[in-house]
Design a protein around this ligand. Structure first.
Ligand code: GLA
Length: 385
């Protein structure tokens, strides 16, 4: 996942082939991995993601008067057409449609458009391919209509497309990481206020996709959200001023009489937020993240939040004995998807091939591994006046 080709030219070519016209704007946005701070975003806690080297490119222009909005993708056969339908279709272009609706709802009326999409963010792996598509679309469309959004506003529009239109109850991390990522810097985001800072990061990251299908993830994710909401409600009986679960103190949770599994969930959320703070402090002075915090985070996700899997645990155990690898944990929602390991680039590269081979023979799955660093967030690639 390093130094991927700039697909601006390829997406322009796709646009020309399919629409026999030139695009007016091309924007691109990356996927993300979270270094630490898992299941804290929707609890008003802190997260520390980076934008990764894989990106999604979106080329757009206004459609002819009276024509439909149409979209093509290099990854999908079906051509999107959403002008005649106000609701979501369950198809890939809902992300574009949701963003266009979101802009219109903010008074930035989007006329019918034609769109071509090209992406090298693997979909379904937990690397936020949907956030990359939404954020790139928000920036491309807003530039097209002459009202370019700031990266923060693009993240907000993209997040509401995901939650309100597509209907996935995710937190704000993915869209903010895709929009605000910077090369060589991690994004420290406070999800209660969307306040953020960039922290220089020298780490190389190995991303390991377990190739476990995400069938379980949606429903289990929603169940955890409900458990956290319930835990907050119960804690508020003693402390009505508690705005978010992540704001509770360890002591508050420890002495609360929360029933299981709510007590475990709340303990994870509160301690994970403290781990983000500890990681940021060390990152700021050394450019690296203490591996022990990553292992603690994984252990908490495994035993308290119960969102790991045998495959993710295997990976984390396996890399723990590799010299030069400092730490590892599952990343994203869990229940399959990806894990990350940090450490020396040569150690990570050296270990990746044998880990992939061992994993294949043990789980009969075909995993993928990439090396990345912190990369740039959304950007306008080209804008023809
Ligand atoms: C998914 C969601 C994010 C976040 C993570 C867990 O990736 O989209 O908003 O909640 O899970 O940290």
């Amino acid at each position: 996942m390093q130094e991927r080709p700039d697909n601006s030219k390829a997406v322009a070519r796709l646009f020309r082939e399919r629409f026999a016209a030139e695009p007016a704007v091309i924007a691109s946005a990356p996927g993300r991995v979270n270094l630490i701070g898992e299941h804290t975003d929707y609890n008003g806690g802190e997260v520390l993601p980076i934008a990764i080297a894989a990106r999604t490119w979106v080329a757009v222009r206004k459609a002819q008067a009276g024509a439909h909005s149409l979209a093509v993708s290099s990854n999908a056969e079906e051509v999107g057409d959403w002008s005649s339908d106000k609701r979501r279709s369950g198809k890939w272009w809902d992300y574009l449609h949701g963003v266009a609706n979101g802009l219109s709802a903010r008074g930035m009326e989007v006329p019918p458009v034609i769109v071509a999409v090209m992406s090298d963010v693997p979909s379904g792996a937990g690397l936020s391919s949907s956030a990359a598509l939404e954020v790139a679309t928000a920036v491309a469309l807003s530039s097209l209509i002459g009202a370019p959004l700031s990266s923060e506003d693009a993240a907000a529009v993209a997040h509401s497309a995901e939650t309100e239109f597509v209907g996935v109850a995710c937190g704000i991390m993915d869209q903010f990481a895709s929009a605000l990522g910077r090369s060589g810097e991690a994004l420290h985001l406070w999800c209660d206020s969307a306040r953020f800072e960039h922290v220089p990061m020298a780490e190389t990251v190995l991303i390991f996709d377990t190739a476990v299908p995400r069938s379980l993830r949606g429903s289990a994710f929603n169940e955890r959200r409900r458990e956290c909401e319930r835990a907050l409600e119960l804690l508020r009986r003693d402390d009505p001023s508690l705005a978010h679960l992540a704001h509770a103190t360890r002591e508050q949770v420890a002495v609360s009489k929360l029933p299981e599994p709510l007590h475990s969930r709340a303990t994870h959320v509160v301690e994970e937020t403290r781990r983000v703070e500890a990681a940021v402090e060390v990152l700021r002075s050394t450019g690296t993240i203490p591996g022990a915090l990553l292992y603690e985070s994984h252990e908490s996700l495994r035993s308290l939040y119960e969102c790991s899997s045998a495959e993710l645990d295997w990976f984390v155990d396996r890399v723990a004995s590799v010299p030069g690898i400092s730490g590892a944990r599952l990343t994203g929602a869990g229940w399959g998807g990806c894990a990350v390991a940090l450490g020396d680039e040569s150690a990570l590269r050296g270990a990746a091939a044998s880990i992939v081979a061992d994993y294949e023979s043990r789980f009969r799955l075909t995993p993928r591994a990439w090396i990345t660093r912190a990369e740039r967030g959304v950007r306008v690639e080209q804008h023809w006046m």
